[in-house]
Design a protein around this ligand. Structure first.
Ligand SMILES: NC(=O)c1ccc[n+]([C@@H]2O[C@H](COP(=O)([O-])OP(=O)(O)OC[C@H]3O[C@@H](n4cnc5c(N)ncnc54)[C@H](OP(=O)(O)O)[C@@H]3O)[C@@H](O)[C@H]2O)c1
Length: 260
């Protein structure tokens, strides 16, 4: 079994949150402030009001997250960038967002990106029929309606995996609201029994993203996470040692139906 527990430490960083006004983004802001980080948030102009609760405590840079100039200004001087990757529309929004962050974050900055289990880094993930069917239907319906393009998120992550930045791609299970259960546990591959419950509190997904900023063991990893109080996480015996890194990390990304 390839199970890990994240570490939780560090404070006082300057952190940019790209996609700050969404549900995940707002949880990340709160966790970052709780740790004493300075926060710069990027969100669409029409969503600035959703950040009112943080007035006076964060800097907001309004604009589209795939606007390179917006990202250049927002990430300036930041030690870390937390990016919510969402494949809205049909014009490569996720890819443009990821590329802007990769290009403009200062060298050495910690870059942490969010996505779902459907993203695979090395093709070694094993997906359930249910998840494969869901992704297939969602991909088709979202494209037909021209609201989202899953392949845009796949391409965004492919670029992140191929970059020589200090990246982590956090792959979320199904999400639910509710009080924190603590830092999720993770595995390198979907299909690991520890992930079977396929559920994480959104507040804890955000916690994992923020904690990843200061966990160097997560650099160049694509952890698939699950809530630490879920039945599958509780019945596993999380190893504390991290297995040796592959000498030749694979950079293949594909959607579930192509990978299993
Ligand atoms: N939802 C799930 O069950 C689930 C499961 C696994 C992983 N994830 C991952 O978790 C992350 C957050 O997902 P979430 O579902 O929880 O969403 P979320 O946090 O509410 O974030 C949605 C983001 O998309 C932006 N957005 C909404 N409509 C848009 C549009 N038309 N054009 C551009 N941006 C738009 C929102 O910005 P505004 O505030 O401006 O609207 C917000 O930043 C994603 O990376 C996702 O892949 C989600």
């Amino acid at each position: 079994m390839d199970v890990h527990e994240g570490r939780d430490q560090g404070s006082g960083l300057k952190v940019c949150i790209v996609g700050a006004s969404g549900k995940l983004g707002r949880y990340m802001i709160q966790h970052a402030l709780d740790r004493g980080h300075e926060v710069v948030g990027v969100c669409r102009e029409q969503s600035v009001g959703k950040l009112a609760e943080f007035d006076g405590r964060i800097t907001v840079v309004p604009g589209a997250t795939d606007d390179r100039e917006v990202i250049r200004r927002a990430v300036e001087g930041c030690d870390g960038v937390l990016t919510v990757l969402v494949p809205w529309g049909m014009r490569g929004y996720s890819t443009g967002t990821a590329q802007a962050v990769l290009d403009h974050a200062r060298p050495g900055a910690r870059l942490v990106f969010s996505c779902g289990w459907h993203i695979t880094r090395d093709g070694q993930d094993v997906y359930s029929l249910k998840l494969r069917a869901f992704v297939k239907v969602f991909r088709w319906v979202a494209r037909l309606a021209r609201i989202a393009d899953i392949d845009d998120q796949v391409e965004a992550c492919r670029r992140v995996f191929a970059s020589d930045t200090r990246w982590t791609v956090v792959r979320g299970s199904d999400l639910e609201e509710g009080e924190s259960q603590g830092l999720p546990v993770w595995s390198r591959h979907v299909g690991d029994p520890v992930l079977k419950s396929n559920s994480t509190r959104r507040v804890d997904f955000a916690l994992f993203m923020v904690a990843a900023l200061t966990d160097d063991e997560l650099i160049h990893e694509a952890p698939a996470i699950v809530g630490r109080q879920t039945p599958s996480a509780r019945s596993a015996h999380p190893a504390t040692a991290t297995p040796a890194r592959s000498a030749h990390p694979a950079t293949v990304t594909s959607a579930p139906e192509e990978s299993s």
